[in-house]
Design a protein around this ligand. Structure first.
Ligand code: ZN
Ligand code: ZN
Length: 350
């Protein structure tokens, strides 16, 4: 395939600064796959990178939720062909450190990630080692672009191990919350209640399978009336400490708490150790994803997790800063923004 020597890319060049540049195409090593990006999802991690967190080495092309087509293969790569649609697990692992050898590859002591520590998908092309590339040829790009965030949800579910017929309470019906809600129902949860601050999001939650929805301002009383003994599972996709502090009180004795949202690093909460003790509770965390892209792809293929309604904004590369700096996320009804590097809006700078 004839490839250009340069490509358009969006780079974080300094904290709070995104620049659009023509940059050289990434080099393809012997174990690498070069992918022409079809879509890349925008997520909270991108906002953190833009603010200068994660000790990002700048300049950096962000973007770690990637679907695209294979356009070149390194000499050692087997099992992929040009033109094949694929998705990425952005977490790269060394394979030899203690965490990798424990099967916790996402906790690798030599952590590298596509779109976090090295060039990502807000560009026309991205390169990655073939061992983190997965076939997605039977999915539309608008579905496959959710493989990575749903892979994170899949790791949370793998940690949680919901029991058949359980009840669950979920705070937050944004993009991740609505994935988590559907994944819980695909994994044994038979009744789920969802809390959010926006009616639009709760309506979508109902459409996608929520059994009960509550506006945050009225939730506590209504929940207590309907589920006086609490829930088998209490979880959240908000990252808001006040919400996370709130979870223990709604857990049934023997229940499980899953902290899924990303709280600010320096925030603490007050939780009663007595209540955790007295109620036999299990408290779980879930970070990133760990070989869970295949499970995410199965949920997408089977239709058990539906994602098309979650995409509320599709933008060209030039719209990235608007998408990242939360102008879109803050708008009522907005769920998930994705970037299409091939999309050029009329009159907009490319
Ligand atoms: Zn993400
Ligand atoms: Zn490692």
């Amino acid at each position: 395939m004839n490839l250009p020597s340069t490509m358009r890319a969006a780079l974080i060049t300094a904290p709070h600064t995104i620049e659009h540049q023509e940059v050289p195409l990434p080099e393809v090593g012997p174990d690498d796959v070069l992918i022409q990006v079809e879509l890349a999802g925008v997520c909270g991690t991108d906002a953190h990178l833009l603010e200068g967190h994660f000790h990002a080495k700048l300049p950096l092309i962000p973007g770690h939720e990637i679907v695209g087509k294979v356009v070149a293969l390194g000499g050692n790569v087997r099992g992929f062909s040009e033109g094949q649609r694929v998705v990425l697990d952005p977490d790269l692992n060394c394979g030899t450190c203690i965490m990798c050898q424990k099967g916790m590859r996402h906790q690798c002591l030599h952590y590298e990630a596509v779109g976090v520590t090295r060039a990502g998908g807000f560009a026309e092309y991205v390169v990655a080692p073939s061992n983190v590339v997965y076939d997605a040829s039977d999915l539309a790009p608008e579905e496959a672009v959710f493989a990575e965030p749903l892979g994170c949800v899949a790791w949370g579910i793998t940690r949680l191990k919901p029991e058949p017929g359980s009840t669950a309470l979920l705070y937050g019906a944004g993009g991740i919350g609505l994935l988590l809600m559907q994944a819980l129902k695909a994994s044994g949860v038979s009744e789920i209640a969802v809390v959010d601050t926006q009616t639009e999001r709760l309506n979508l939650a109902r459409k996608l399978g929520a059994d009960h929805t509550f506006l945050a301002s009225e939730a506590d009383e209504q929940i207590k009336a309907l589920f006086p003994h609490g829930f088998d599972i209490v979880t959240e996709a908000t990252g808001v400490a006040k919400v996370q502090q709130h979870m223990v009180q709604h857990a049934i004795p023997g229940g499980k708490i899953l902290v899924f949202g990303v709280a600010p690093e320096d925030v603490t909460i007050e939780v009663s150790p007595y209540e955790i003790f007295r109620k036999d509770l299990t408290v779980l965390g879930s970070f990133s994803l760990n070989s869970t892209i295949p499970l995410a792809l199965r949920w997408l293929r089977s239709g058990q997790v539906k994602v098309r309604d979650l995409i509320t904004d599709t933008l060209p590369l030039s719209g990235l800063s608007e998408a990242i700096d939360q102008k879109i996320a803050a708008r009522a009804g907005s769920i998930k923004a994705i970037v299409s590097p091939t999309l050029i809006l009329e009159g907009a700078p490319s």
